[in-house]
Design a protein around this ligand. Structure first.
Ligand SMILES: *[C@@H]1O[C@H](CO)[C@@H](O)[C@H](O)[C@H]1NC(C)=O
Ligand SMILES: *[C@@H]1O[C@H](CO)[C@@H](O)[C@H](O)[C@H]1NC(C)=O
Length: 304
């Protein structure tokens, strides 16, 4: 049922990508593209990652596109998006990238939804091979506080996940085994979040500043953040631009530029911003819904 719901959701998202015209241009020096799919999806779903891979290959002839499969099969890959410790997923991905001879000279990366923050962790933790541009498509860089519509509205798994998160997102057992708990960001319990979030609080330098993370992130050529203006899946949507609720309440939002993370520049984002390397894009539409034309006009320039 999970897969079916996810499939339906993705089918709706991706139908728009399949129509439209194609124009091509080629460049011998184009870097490979590495993609990381979102929750409920897999590396190779022909209606989502598969169709995007194909589109990119058509638009940029000769490009090597690697859509990450976390696990040994498409099914495992999908399940791991719900249940595999994110830090282990990131290590798994780093391993795949390091072993791939085609990526030796570097690559561009494009994450979809939660795959975006996972690829950011790859950039921060695994500088070799080097990531040039990181494109976050609807990622949740400050996490989520709510799952209003996790893929598939009637999906039982979403109800189950909500129940787990509400019963104690920061308990060791739930942190370890539920992916979404690892980027659950409860602004009413900021202390718990900072102390116990295994993944997000770490990569966002909430407990301490790891200079390596800062240095590695700052070596990106461009960090592109795409926000979906009518997103009904990510709560709060501001997280897609690295914003979040002000601590202590869950109503008033704070843009990245007003946050301590930025002002203290704990992650190098202010430095990237003043160097013109932080790019904020907005797309009309719901979560991950964009047209092929929009993709070509707005995202393709970063991967050519
Ligand atoms: C690569 O791109 C540059 C700039 O667009 C262009 O001048 C050059 O001809 C391209 N190389 C190939 C092999 O297409
Ligand atoms: C900082 O991050 C690097 C890369 O993941 C890691 O090897 C190192 O142990 C971290 N340092 C601390 C103090 O956590």
């Amino acid at each position: 049922m999970v897969l079916l719901a996810a499939f339906r959701f993705l089918a709706a998202c991706c139908l728009m990508l399949l129509c439209g015209t194609s124009w091509a241009s080629s460049n011998a020096t184009t870097l490979p593209l590495v993609m990381w799919h979102g929750m409920g999806d897999s590396c190779c779903n022909p209606l989502s990652m598969g169709s995007i891979k194909k589109m990119v290959e058509n638009e940029v002839p000769g490009i090597y596109v690697l859509s990450l499969m976390i696990g040994k099969s498409v099914l495992q890959d999908t399940e791991n998006g719900f249940f595999m410790d994110v830090n282990e997923q990131v290590s798994f991905a780093c391993d795949l990238l390091a072993k791939d001879p085609k990526l030796k000279e570097g690559f561009n990366a494009m994450g979809f939804s939660q795959g975006s923050q996972f690829l950011r962790a790859v950039a921060q933790r695994c500088p070799d091979p080097p990531m040039r541009n990181l494109i976050s498509v609807g990622g949740q860089h400050q996490g989520v506080y709510g799952l209003p519509r996790c893929p598939g509205e009637s999906s039982h798994i979403c109800d189950w996940i909500r129940k787990e998160l509400n019963s104690g997102a920061y308990t060791a057992a739930i942190q370890k085994h539920l992916v979404q708990a690892q980027y659950w960001h409860d602004p009413l319990n900021d202390d718990l979040y900072k102390k116990y979030s295994l993944f997000l609080a770490d990569i966002n330098q909430e407990r301490a500043i790891n200079e390596t993370y800062r240095k590695n992130l700052m070596s990106l050529n461009k960090f592109v953040l795409v926000k979906f203006l009518q997103d009904s899946v990510v709560d709060p949507v501001e997280s897609e631009w690295f914003g979040f609720y002000k601590p202590g309440q869950a109503e008033e939002l704070e843009a990245l530029q007003d946050s301590a993370l930025y002002k203290e520049d704990r992650l190098g984002l202010a430095a990237l911003d003043s160097a013109g390397k932080l790019v904020f894009l907005a797309s009309d539409g719901d979560h991950l819904q964009f047209t092929k034309e929009w993709f070509i006009e707005n995202l393709l320039p970063f991967i050519r």
